[in-house]
Design a protein around this ligand. Structure first.
Ligand code: FHN
Length: 433
């Protein structure tokens, strides 16, 4: 059966704005999320028993009172932490930015804050400013550094009830430290905005504070009151939507967005969590997300010793190997212009080229494009530039594929057109297998 690429409704790549602030971020497409803190010490166990839920929620899920949790700081001495190694790994994975937890819900700060002693310089034996070391390495290796900062804070005594305004001032003071002392920051990634004390007005003031300190900074939609992550950044404030652990079926039309995802089932390190996604699965997720116009923020949870788990390293290196061959079909691309693709794969677009991502090689080794107004100039395999035979009759193009794919996870075919792709907005082929 000939697979017909059905030209459905003309897809519009839906950027919420053409604000140049987001240019680097849209080009980047792929970033590293790092959840690291005191929770890596218990690593999913408390009093000898496993604790349900993600590693970084252990204080809440094991109902650990502050006086019992706080002393973990005196044991936080990640002597194997190596900022150079972490940044090299992110780059080897093909990632273009790093988002690290400056402070997660447990309130412990990975940076030297003058507004609390509950930080890595005062409360922990390590006495090194992790964010400072990462900032230096990111500058040296030219990758963007970004901060995750939790609005929710289980440690700070003012972070609830009527004393919350005092906590909001504390939080703003720490944001000033983060945005004045660590160089240019790409993204401020807020979280924990679902608490009753938070609202869109506080979110707006926080957004304005961040932009006043670093005008080019990008801020996610969780700065405002939008719990499901997919809330429209135009409503909650912020610059992009943040679906979590999922890829919305149609992306988030009309706004910029980024899916954040764990490699196993936890954000913070859990010794017992070995439920790892394969590198192939995550490569296809990256392609799926890019085909819908989104970014992929993929997480690692380093150990208490400061090491990124070996299964994470292996997956990051495999993803980087695929991107070294095929990155052109991801970085700086826009969403597919086609509706539902009838073959198991995706389409990304850049300028006058279509990138057809074929996940499952068609048994008859043909792909048929229908509804394409453009003239096809050439068809090649991206990985080795091998020319592929094709015929075009009007708006229908038939591509003849080699017997076997060059990449079992995703073989990318480049279709060069006589201009930006234009599709006829009617369904002209058999939809679906
Ligand atoms: O509660 C957090 C969770 O620990 C983790 O940080 C994720 C990552 O986006 N955000 C919240 C859950 O939605």
């Amino acid at each position: 059966m000939m697979w017909t690429l059905v030209a459905g409704a003309i897809g519009m790549w839906a950027g919420v704005s053409d604000d140049p602030r987001l240019d680097w971020w849209r080009e980047a497409r792929f970033g590293l999320f790092i959840h690291w803190g005191l929770y890596a010490i218990p690593a999913g166990e408390w009093n000898g028993k496993p604790v349900e839920g993600t590693g970084e929620w252990i204080m809440h899920n094991a109902k650990i009172p502050v006086p019992e949790y706080e002393p973990l700081a005196t044991r936080f001495n990640p002597t194997r932490f190596d900022a150079r190694r972490w940044v090299e790994l992110a780059k080897a994975a093909g990632m273009k930015y790093i988002v690290i937890t400056s402070k997660h819900h447990d309130g412990f700060c990975l940076f030297d804050s003058k507004h609390t002693d509950y930080d890595i310089m005062d409360a922990a034996p390590f006495k090194r400013d992790v964010l400072k070391e990462l900032a230096a390495e990111c500058a040296r290796q030219q990758i963007r550094l970004c901060f995750y900062h939790s609005i929710l804070d289980w440690h700070h005594p003012d972070a609830r009830g009527e004393r919350f305004p005092k906590y909001a001032e504390y939080m703003h003071n720490q944001l000033r430290e983060l945005l004045k002392n660590y160089g240019p920051i790409g993204v401020l990634w807020f979280d924990g905005e679902w608490i009753d004390e938070w609202n869109n007005e506080l979110g707006r003031r926080t957004y304005e504070l961040c932009r006043s300190l670093q005008p080019d900074i990008i801020v996610n939609n969780r700065v405002g009151k939008g719990r499901d992550g997919m809330s429209d950044a135009r409503v909650t404030g912020g610059d992009f939507g943040t679906p979590e652990q999922e890829v919305p079926a149609t992306g988030l039309p009309g706004q910029d967005w980024e899916t954040c995802m764990t490699m196993n089932d936890t954000w913070g390190f859990k010794r017992a969590d070995d439920h790892w996604k394969s590198a192939g699965e995550m490569i296809r997720m990256l392609v799926d997300i890019a085909s819908k116009g989104g970014n992929f923020l993929l997480n690692v949870g380093p150990t208490a010793a400061g090491e990124i788990p070996q299964p994470s390293i292996e997956r990051l290196e495999a993803m980087g190997a695929w991107l070294r061959r095929n990155g052109e079909s991801i970085y700086g691309t826009k969403a597919s212009v086609f509706g539902q693709l009838p073959f198991n794969g995706r389409c990304t677009v850049k300028g006058d080229r279509l990138f057809l991502h074929v996940f499952e090689w068609p048994a008859d080794r043909t792909l048929a494009l229908a509804g394409l107004r453009n003239k096809v100039r050439s068809v090649k395999l991206l990985a080795d530039s091998r020319e592929l035979r094709f015929e075009q009759v009007g708006s229908s193009v038939t591509i003849h594929l080699p017997d076997t794919p060059v990449d079992l996870v995703d073989t990318v075919i480049v279709v060069a057109l006589d201009g930006a792709p234009e599709v006829i907005s009617t369904t002209t082929g058999k939809a679906g297998p």
